[in-house]
Design a protein around this ligand. Structure first.
Ligand SMILES: Cc1cc2nc3c(=O)[nH]c(=O)nc-3n(C[C@H](O)[C@H](O)[C@H](O)COP(=O)(O)OP(=O)(O)OC[C@H]3O[C@@H](n4cnc5c(N)ncnc54)[C@H](O)[C@@H]3O)c2cc1C
Ligand SMILES: NC(=O)c1ccc[n+]([C@@H]2O[C@H](COP(=O)([O-])OP(=O)(O)OC[C@H]3O[C@@H](n4cnc5c(N)ncnc54)[C@H](O)[C@@H]3O)[C@@H](O)[C@H]2O)c1
Length: 460
């Protein structure tokens, strides 16, 4: 690509603003297809997932699950003395996952695919125009936005200016705090709470809604609470923090007039976008909105595509990648299937893992559907009974009774996220429940419980 002078517009086919998982993939594929592509990235090529999200947190969870399994040995397989050492986790995150938060390898990989990386914060300054510092980029075919989210920090009295953690500092920590207050019992809060607790931290989770993981089936939320409390994690639901103080190396969080003290405070209360700052108003879009509305081809406006967390269709890496594929096909005029969100699957990697796909029972009923549900506890399955220690879980199915197909399912348990695979296929492909009932499920697997849940389908 020819060099150009600062300030002078530089014309290319596509400018991708934000190189999260979807943006990186889309930019690379468009470049490989022969288009001239500039990727603009303010922080790290690859986005939140590899550096502060999915990958390092799953390394934390893998380690904390190993500890939990070790502690399950007595009574099942002999004796075990488990001594946790966080330094091994921190080292693995630093060296194997994040290269000490250095994205050179990803940046080079993108340039090897034919793209050009411009580092800096991109803003849309006119239709088809992105400005990064003093560089002006013009996109002939259009702009792809993949600017993702950042931690949202609630306006709690005294919180600002204290050294609280978000997911980013928690992932970077070299030590485990003696005690940890986790604000927010969603996906980040629950995964991190259990991981740090299993490494010896005294953890309290403060969640303003009535349940942990409140977007999922209530049975999953209740199960997680039960397991957390059994493991010694304090769970405060329906609880709001009204003030925070940081004194003498400790946080005091006022919750309903009661002080909760922690060496560290993790704020995991959701995410925010910065659509106004990015300049979506240039296209007549609402800069104050939480997400950008896109059609089934990821088009937000003429010549503007949006993918990933900013579309509000599920803040998951697999959604970002799925949407990237659709946007790339649209830009290249390749056709193919449009976006379909009936079977968005998600897994919270707590132990038990909580996997879910499609609608919850409540969501299905809100849509006025004639619903049948069926469930079965994992400990009552042959495999669950054999597994014994750590066998908490259940399968719950949500059927559209009129059509006789599953429209939602939850799989909580050991390997709950893997068992979800079969349920995702059933929801995605609309496999009739009649056929699921007469399927041969291998004995004794965890997924065999799906067959029992199907047989238990009944209207309530
Ligand atoms: C702790 C944690 C754990 C998670 N675990 C999982 C998991 O297990 N599985 C899963 O599927 N998902 C998980 N997620 C969610 C997942 O990380 C995101 O959904 C995923 O990263 C996709 O986001 P995205 O494509 O929208 O972009 P992001 O990953 O958010 O990346 C956006 C990029 O855009 C850049 N950017 C923003 N604005 C600009 C601008 N104006 N100019 C230039 N660059 C800009 C940012 O620097 C960033 O690099 C987790 C998230 C967190 C925080
Ligand atoms: N395994 C995974 O796939 C995974 C893991 C982590 C994160 N993620 C993604 O990242 C997103 C963000 O995660 P998150 O946990 O920050 O958000 P979240 O929306 O999942 O959960 C935030 C929780 O904080 C609560 N909350 C909000 N304000 C509060 C306050 N002032 N006090 C107490 N509680 C408060 C909310 O009620 C909610 O339950 C997730 O929604 C998910 O899409 C995915």
């Amino acid at each position: 690509m020819a060099a150009h002078k600062a300030g002078e517009p530089h014309e290319v086919d596509v400018v991708v603003v934000g190189m999260g998982p979807g943006g990186e993939d889309a930019a690379g594929r468009l470049a490989e297809a022969g288009l001239s592509v500039v990727g603009v990235e303010a922080r790290l090529v690859g986005g939140e997932c590899p550096y502060y999200g999915c990958v390092p947190t799953k390394m934390m969870i893998r380690a904390s699950d190993l500890l939990a399994e070790g502690r399950r040995i007595p009574g099942m397989a002999g004796d075990a003395r488990v001594a946790a050492d966080w330094s091994q986790v921190a080292k693995r995150i630093r060296e194997e996952a994040t290269d000490s938060w250095d994205d050179r390898v990803s940046a080079e990989r993108f340039e090897d695919r034919g793209g050009r990386l411009v580092r800096g914060y991109g803003r849309i300054t006119a239709p088809g125009e992105v400005t990064v510092g003093d560089r002006v980029l013009r996109a002939r075919r259009g702009i792809v936005l993949n600017t993702g989210t950042e931690p949202a920090v609630p306006p709690i009295d005294g919180l600002e200016g204290t050294p609280f953690w978000t997911n980013r500092e928690a992932v970077e920590t070299e030590t485990v705090p003696a005690s940890l207050v986790v604000l927010g019992g969603g996906a980040i809060g629950t995964e991190m709470a259990q991981a740090f607790s299993r490494f010896g931290s005294r953890v309290t989770v403060v969640e303003s809604r009535d349940r942990l993981l409140a977007v999922e089936e209530p049975e999953a939320c209740d199960l997680l609470r039960e397991v957390f409390e059994r493991e010694g994690i304090t769970v405060r639901t329906g609880a709001r923090a009204t003030a925070v103080r940081h004194e003498d190396g400790a946080f005091t969080v006022d919750v309903g007039g009661e002080p909760i003290i922690g060496e560290r405070l993790l704020v995991a209360t959701g995410r925010r976008t910065r659509l106004g700052e990015i300049g979506v108003g240039v296209y007549g879009l609402d800069g104050d909105a939480r997400s950008i509305e896109v059609d089934e081809r990821m088009r937000a406006a003429d010549g503007l595509w949006a993918i990933g967390d900013i579309t509000g269709k599920g803040a998951f890496t697999h959604v970002s990648m799925y949407q990237a594929d659709i946007a790339v096909r649209d830009i290249l005029g390749e056709g193919g299937p449009a976006a379909d969100y009936r079977a968005v699957s998600r897994v919270t990697f707590t132990d038990p893992e909580v996997g879910a796909v499609g609608l919850t029972e409540a969501q299905a009923r809100e849509q006025g559907l004639d619903v049948r549900t069926g469930s079965t506890p994992i400990p009552e399955s042959a495999r669950g009974w054999i597994h014994k220690a750590g066998n908490d879980g259940f399968i719950k199915l949500v059927e559209d009774a009129d059509r006789g197909v599953l429209i939602g399912a939850t799989s909580a348990g050991p390997a709950g996220g893997e068992v979800l695979g079969a349920l995702s296929v059933a929801v995605h492909a609309e496999v009739p429940t009649e056929r699921l009932q007469h399927m041969i499920y291998a004995y004794p697997t965890f997924h065999r419980a799906i067959g029992v849940a199907v047989k238990n389908l009944s209207a309530r």
